[in-house]
Design a protein around this ligand. Structure first.
Ligand SMILES: Nc1ncnc2c1ncn2[C@@H]1O[C@H](COP(=O)(O)OP(=O)(O)OP(=O)(O)O)[C@@H](O)[C@H]1O
Ligand SMILES: O=P(O)(O)OC[C@H]1O[C@H](OP(=O)(O)OP(=O)(O)O)[C@H](O)[C@@H]1O
Ligand SMILES: O=C(O)c1cccnc1
Length: 491
């Protein structure tokens, strides 16, 4: 069951969850008579997290919950009035203010790449402006953590024995909201569970767990501690082996309890390793369990795990079934992690292209209303994404497309590709276009999409860079606007 059926998040004061400048600009647009202009903003990021080859797009359902909940309560307006910045006519207009815009986005769980518009908001300028902060807050973090989970899972999949990832990171996460959001995002990216009970209750997951060293330390002997736990949870006990010595004490005591449970008609579920060389120890523990007639007892491992540790443990012959990943997963940590730098840029105003010019060509935005075309080969593998103008037809074989960060690098599209337009309108008039998607559906999409990635792009270290290109039409519009802006501003 879920404590919040059909919904994934609740904000107490959603309209105030924004940067002050959004509100001061909103008042400005209102007083200048610009607030109802038809504006389009694109949300995208420029660099994959973890120096990887992709990201897993996560947080869309949370973002839609936020947009549907958005309104200014009487208490919000009183607070804004107390700041002395806002005039009464503006505050009065906020009383009935609602988010009424259209949102187009990749389905949550899709594999996505730098520079492509992941989400587009089109509607009255003051509405589209206000939501920048919260959308980036939600989507950057969810996407970062979902990508980390996917990387851990892809490391697990290098084992011919299979395995799964669970999220153990609440104690090290960035505060309570960070922990809940991370648990959700970890599941989007492929984790099969979380130890956080509130997250499980909110998102309709089954909480998972073993026991801590404190349990063993609270009994005169390790064996008594193991027996007491097994008595209480005869069908779901996982014993932690390393309080004193994994191979000399924990393992033999766990085998004793496994035999005692079986004599009573139950089975020990698992053992957990939490220190030492996890490859060596898990291979030794697996062999001992198998030899003693317990091939189904699972080996859980924890202790500062990351995608790279998982890959290494497997390469060295480790036999772990469940990887409990904490700090690195819940914080989105590790090299190239910490935060996803997604941005939200105005790309059109009443139908006319808009863009930000900058000295750094990688930061120059792509103007205009767009569509993303995604090509797959005959085996269903992703080949290339082409960002095109909204009204452009499906790309044709032989057409030239260019690198958004470097127009001099261009390429011709091959033949035999199947083109799809994966983005959909997910909100119209401020209302969801369909029912919220279940986390299980979103996770299944992520797992399937990751399988469609070329192996080199999925690689953890120095991956092959998946091509995201601009159509010639869009590149031409961008060049024309750059030239016009330079002339207008004397640059
Ligand atoms: N076979 C392996 N390959 C790569 N990394 C491993 C392997 N086994 C364990 N690790 C990782 O090595 C790191 C350190 O393990 P180490 O053995 O130093 O810690 P420990 O014995 O658990 O000590 P502590 O009790 O302080 O945690 C951990 O991040 C662990 O996940
Ligand atoms: O991926 P991680 O961040 O390691 O998260 C999981 C860890 O959390 C717990 O121990 P904790 O770290 O609290 O104590 P310990 O280091 O003494 O085991 C648990 O035993 C794992 O080792
Ligand atoms: O249940 C566990 O084993 C667990 C939960 C959180 C953190 N470390 C371990």
């Amino acid at each position: 069951m879920s404590l919040l059926p059909g919904s994934s998040f609740s904000f107490a004061h959603p309209a105030l969850f924004t940067d002050l400048y959004q509100l001061t600009m909103m008042q400005g647009y209102f007083r200048e008579g610009l607030h109802t202009q038809d504006a389009t903003f694109d949300l995208y990021y420029r660099r994959n997290p973890y120096q990887g080859g992709y990201a897993v797009w996560a947080g869309l359902e949370v973002a839609l919950d936020y947009l549907e909940a958005l309104r200014f309560s009487a208490a919000d307006l009183d607070y804004l009035r107390s700041l002395g910045l806002f005039k009464e006519d503006f505050l009065a207009a906020l009383e009935s203010w609602r988010f009424t815009a259209q949102v187009t986005a990749f389905p949550e769980g899709s594999v996505v790449f730098p520079n492509e518009p992941l989400l587009t908001v089109r509607g009255p300028l003051w509405e589209a402006q206000l939501v920048e902060t919260a959308l980036l807050n939600i989507l950057n973090f969810q996407t970062l953590v979902a990508t980390k989970a996917a990387r851990c899972l892809s490391a697990v999949q290098t084992s011919r024995y299979g395995g799964s990832v669970v999220e153990f990171g609440t104690r090290r996460a960035q505060g309570p909201d960070g922990a809940l959001g991370a648990a959700r995002a970890a599941v989007v990216g492929g984790a099969t569970g979380t130890s956080n009970v509130q997250a499980a209750a909110l998102y309709g997951l089954t909480p998972v767990g073993t026991h801590a060293h404190a349990w063993v330390e609270s009994f005169p002997t390790e064996l008594e501690a193991f027996r007491a736990y097994a008595r209480l949870y005869p069908d779901s006990t996982t014993l932690l082996l390393d309080t004193f010595d994994t191979l000399e004490s924990g393992l033999p005591n766990a085998l004793t309890v496994a035999r005692e449970l079986r004599a009573q008609g139950h089975e020990l579920r698992g053992v957990r390793l939490d220190s030492g060389d996890l490859a060596y120890l898990s291979a030794r523990v697996r062999a001992a369990l198998d030899e003693a007639g317990f091939p189904d007892v699972q080996i859980v491992a924890s202790n500062d795990l990351s995608e790279f540790v998982i890959e290494s443990v497997i390469r060295e012959g480790g036999r772990i079934d469940v990887y409990g990943v904490g700090t690195q997963l819940a914080t989105g940590g590790g090299e190239g992690g910490g935060a996803l730098g997604g941005v939200y840029k105005l790309v059109a105003l009443h139908g006319e292209d808009r863009m930000k010019l900058t000295g750094d060509p990688r930061k120059t935005s792509v103007p205009g209303l767009k569509r993303v075309w995604r090509a797959t080969d005959t085996q269903g593998r992703l080949v290339i994404d082409v960002i095109a103008s909204l009204d452009e037809p499906q790309p044709q074989a032989g057409a030239r497309v260019s690198d958004p960060a470097n127009p001099l690098r261009n390429t011709r599209l091959g033949a035999g590709l199947t083109w799809t337009d994966p983005r959909h309108v997910v909100m119209e008039g401020g209302q969801r276009s369909g029912e919220p998607e279940a986390l299980t559906t979103i996770q299944a999409r992520a797992v399937a999409d990751l399988q469609r990635l070329p192996e080199g792009t999925r690689r953890l270290l120095n991956p092959h860079i998946y091509r995201v290109s601009l159509s010639q039409d869009l590149q031409g519009r961008r060049d024309a606007l750059v030239a016009e802006l330079r002339e207008r501003h004397g640059l």
